[in-house]
Design a protein around this ligand. Structure first.
Ligand code: IPM
Ligand code: MG
Length: 353
């Protein structure tokens, strides 16, 4: 089959890791008889440098016309002092909002080969960790009205019932395909948006009698994630709580350089990116770990292109590469072989069967 992928390498290590992900995709194409075409687009700091805007109109239009988007990373200290309206992060929000990607999936899993990197006691993660954080991505305080005067400021958090309903449906659907356990996180003891959230999630729950649903306040959820992460299967929460909890969940696995993400909407279109940042300090030095981006491409094959066997093949290739003891610096441990970004991409591509 033919697929058109908009490729946005972005800043810092973005181009380094995206290159390796495309290498792996090309191997999948030749093994399975598909054709992927790539169109490279500008966004983030590089776009500010070249066009003055973090998300050029052309990028958004061409992304809309593609079957899916692969994004590396955006931002870096070079653009820390630009006005807030044109910060590189605006490119991300513009893509999420402009493409309508309301459903953000952030799996936090422990790779058994990297278990020693987990900061928790081994007894607490016995048998592995596999949490799916479902973050609402186009509403709430990220997209509300905001204003700043000389000595005051506000940011509005607003949700419509429909915005909550559609993300809840996604989360229940995912829970049905996993262990049928869903935790909805809010601050319903304080926030009106959270009371709407909780009532709406309860309503949606009536259609999913097989899913065990519980509600947690966000402060408690943050605590439970380090106290007993194994109690979680799928977590669904609003935009900012999801931003914070997904960072926490990823760190709990100790594999932050390994974790992919997908941003989806109602149809098959999606945007895929590693959850880590642009690591400008090691950009262009063949040091970055491309595995999170490679695993993001696996999510693309699964969620946007309905190619589960090909997605499995990439995930298996990553696991086999770890089994071979091949490691980039960030996941290096004794007795393993240290490689650079390109060699890691080569190894995974070679392992795709
Ligand atoms: C993330 C990031 C972004 C967010 C920033 C860079 C805008 O932290 O994807 O989690 O806050 O959503
Ligand atoms: Mg974040």
């Amino acid at each position: 089959m033919d697929f058109k992928i908009a490729v946005i390498p972005g800043d810092g290590i973005g181009p380094d890791i995206v290159r390796e992900a495309l290498k792996v995709l090309d191997k999948v194409a030749s093994c399975y008889g598909h054709h992927f075409s790539y169109e490279t687009l500008l966004a983030g700091g590089v776009a500010i440098d070249e066009t003055g805007a973090p998300l050029p109109e052309e990028t958004l239009e061409k992304a809309k016309a593609a079957d899916s988007v692969l994004l590396g990373a955006v931002g870096g200290p070079k653009w820390d002092d630009v006005p807030s309206a044109i910060r590189p992060e605006k490119a991300l929000l513009g893509l999420r909002g402009g493409l309508g990607l309301f459903c953000n999936l952030r799996p936090a899993m422990l790779f058994p080969q990297l278990a020693s990197a987990c900061p928790l006691k081994p007894s607490m993660v016995e048998g592995g960790l596999d949490i799916m954080v479902v973050r609402e991505l186009t509403g709430g305080i990220y997209f509300g009205k905001r204003e700043r005067t000389a000595d005051s400021a506000y940011d509005v958090m607003a949700y419509s019932k429909e915005e909550v309903r559609r993300i809840a449906v996604k989360a229940f659907d995912i829970a049905m395909k996993r262990n049928r356990k869903l935790t909805s996180v809010d601050k319903a003891n304080i926030l009106e948006t959270s009371r709407l959230w909780r009532a709406t999630v309860d309503e949606v729950a009536k259609n999913y009698p097989e899913v065990a649903l519980n509600h947690l306040y966000v402060d408690n959820a943050a605590m439970q994630l380090v106290r007993n992460p194994k109690q979680f299967d799928v977590i669904v929460t609003e935009n900012m709580f999801g931003d914070i909890l997904s960072d926490e969940a990823s760190m709990v696995t100790g594999s932050i350089g390994m974790l992919p993400s997908a941003s989806l909407r109602g149809d098959s279109f999606g945007m895929y990116e590693p959850i880590h940042g642009s690591a400008p300090d090691i950009a262009g030095q063949d040091k970055a770990n491309p595995l999170a981006t490679i695993l993001s491409v696996a999510m693309m094959l699964r969620y946007s292109f309905s190619l589960p066997a090909e997605a499995d093949a990439i995930e298996k290739a990553v696991s086999d590469t770890l089994d071979q003891g091949i490691r980039t610096a960030d996941i290096m441990s004794e007795g393993c072989t240290l490689v650079g970004t390109a060699a890691m991409g080569d190894a995974v591509a070679a392992n795709v069967r």
